[in-house]
Ligand binder design. Structure first.
Ligand SMILES: Cc1cc2nc3c(=O)[nH]c(=O)nc-3n(C[C@H](O)[C@H](O)[C@H](O)COP(=O)(O)OP(=O)(O)OC[C@H]3O[C@@H](n4cnc5c(N)ncnc54)[C@H](O)[C@@H]3O)c2cc1C
Length: 447
């Protein structure tokens, strides 16, 4: 047992994991959570680690991206997964839970742990609270709906320009499912023979008018009562542009200027696709953040030439979400560059999803434990699920919260035999998952 004491703020997915990890390894933890005093509008129960929407922690298939994240989390002694296992409900390949039992059991175990002191309270200044509770380190794991006093402290102390309160996500499509015969590479204003990063889907007037008409009338997700949708003019949802007028998108993200077709003619409008990752395994629809329901996104975005059969790695959305520009504010252990005693974990670091957030709680706690023990912190291999998430948030220039997906892992070079052994996408994922497990097995001896 060390004499070091750690303050964990927020008993959500990440905070519960971090507190449990440290406490189970002999570190004394003060766990501060506001929800027993007041719930935010997305929360319904007072217990910890509430799953505010779906009750699914996604796939158990070891060859899926979520499956490999689970393998790594289990090796780190994940509380979330251990409790999910005993409160699970049948859900095929997925790990779904009875959300009430799940949260009740997590809360019970955290309260019962001899090294954890649970404190009901709302954190404002985390550094002051750390000193008040006689701790030497603090992990902020307050999630996408961090309360106002703490948000205000972050803005004042970490810098307003690197903290985001709103998330407008554009959809991402799987590169293997595009019809390249209808698409062409060209960067705006670059000559056609110059190397280009953007893949373009051109539309003629008829296609554009039809597309924009469908965007305007498609079903939208209504804002939740805690979301006051005030959009930045430079980041308008594509469907809002369509509602403003038929030409708005054509003078914004769909403008054709500088994007001549290979025959030199100018299309009426263009949808630009940008590589999501170095491997080019996925493409982001540039400027296509949207309020459309998931079902409508699939229907309407498949009207884009070349995307008729597209498979969506994730769909677009607009929702309240507090998160940091981790690349600028934190080091690779998710510790503040400005306050060495302060770390962040969970969705606030720029990942998205229950499992991803929980895995970041484990990651940050494991790095902090090394620090407490006087050992050098570890550099997690990017081939692993957790390493890929860390690498993503620490390198992405324009922070966009992401789920775990194979596009975050380094590309797999397939041999001729492997290419022939089955559907390309499936083989590639299975090879990446196998490599992740192998790399993690070697790496975990250091943990
Ligand atoms: C409305 C909504 C729906 C979502 N749906 C899904 C979904 O279906 N599937 C999915 O995978 N992901 C979903 N997410 C995304 C996200 O993965 C989850 O929100 C996840 O719970 C994030 O984990 P976390 O530990 O970072 O934060 P949380 O689980 O939100 O935990 C943060 C905790 O900190 C507490 N807290 C906040 N501020 C303070 C403070 N100042 N002092 C003390 N305590 C504080 C909160 O009460 C909360 O208990 C959703 C997010 C939102 C907002």
């Amino acid at each position: 047992m060390t004499t070091t004491r750690v303050l964990v703020i927020g008993a959500g997915l990440a905070g519960s994991e971090a507190a449990w990890f440290l406490a189970s390894r002999g570190v004394s933890v003060a766990l501060v959570e506001v929800k027993t005093l007041k719930l935010n509008p997305a929360q319904k129960i007072k217990n910890f680690a509430e799953l505010v929407c779906t009750n699914s922690l996604k796939s158990l298939d070891p060859d899926s991206a979520h499956g490999l994240l689970k393998t790594e989390m289990r090796a780190l002694g994940s509380l979330v997964l251990a409790v999910a296992d005993v409160t699970s409900v049948p859900a095929g390949d997925a790990l779904a839970v009875d959300r009430e039992l799940f949260s009740a059991e997590i809360t019970k175990r955290l309260h019962a742990h001899p090294n954890i002191k649970v404190v009901a309270g709302e954190a404002g200044d985390p550094m002051a609270l750390m000193r008040e509770l006689e701790c030497q380190h603090v992990i902020v794991a307050t999630g996408p709906l961090t309360t106002t006093p703490l948000e205000e402290w972050m803005v004042a102390n970490l810098g307003a320009e690197d903290i985001y309160f709103y998330d407008a996500i554009a959809p991402v499509v799987d590169a293997d499912t595009l019809d390249y015969s209808k698409l062409y590479y060209k960067d705006r204003h670059r000559k056609p023979d110059e190397r280009a990063d953007y893949l373009n889907a051109p539309m003629n007037k008829e296609q554009y008018d039809l597309f924009v008409g469908e965007l305007a009338k498609a079903e939208k997700v209504p804002p939740k009562d805690f979301e006051d949708w005030k959009f930045f003019e430079s980041c308008l949802p594509i469907d809002l542009m369509a509602e403003r007028g038929p030409e708005t998108a054509r003078f914004s993200c769909m403008k054709p200027i500088g994007l001549e077709l290979p025959d030199g003619s100018e299309p009426w409008a263009v949808v630009q696709l940008r590589k999501e990752n170095l491997a080019g395994a996925a493409f982001n629809l540039v400027g296509f953040q949207t309020r459309l329901t998931y079902k409508e996104q699939v229907r309407v975005f498949r009207m884009i030439p070349g995307l008729e059969e597209a498979s969506f790695i994730h769909l677009g959305s607009c929702h309240r979400n507090s998160f940091l520009n981790s690349r600028r504010l934190l080091n690779a252990s998710m510790t503040s560059n400005k306050f060495p005693e302060l770390s962040f974990a969970g969705q606030i670091t720029g990942v998205e999803g229950y499992t991803e957030s929980a895995s970041m709680g484990l990651y940050v706690a494991s790095q902090l434990l090394f620090r407490i023990q006087g050992k050098p912190e570890l550099s997690w291999p990017v081939e692993t699920g957790i390493g890929a998430l860390v690498n993503y948030v620490m390198t992405i220039e324009k922070p966009t919260p992401s789920n775990i997906n194979f596009g975050l892992l380094p590309a797999i070079e397939m041999t001729k035999e492997q290419r022939k052994s089955g559907p390309r996408k499936k083989v590639r994922k299975s090879l990446a998952a196998a490599r992740a497990r192998e790399v993690f097995e070697t790496f975990r001896v250091q943990l």
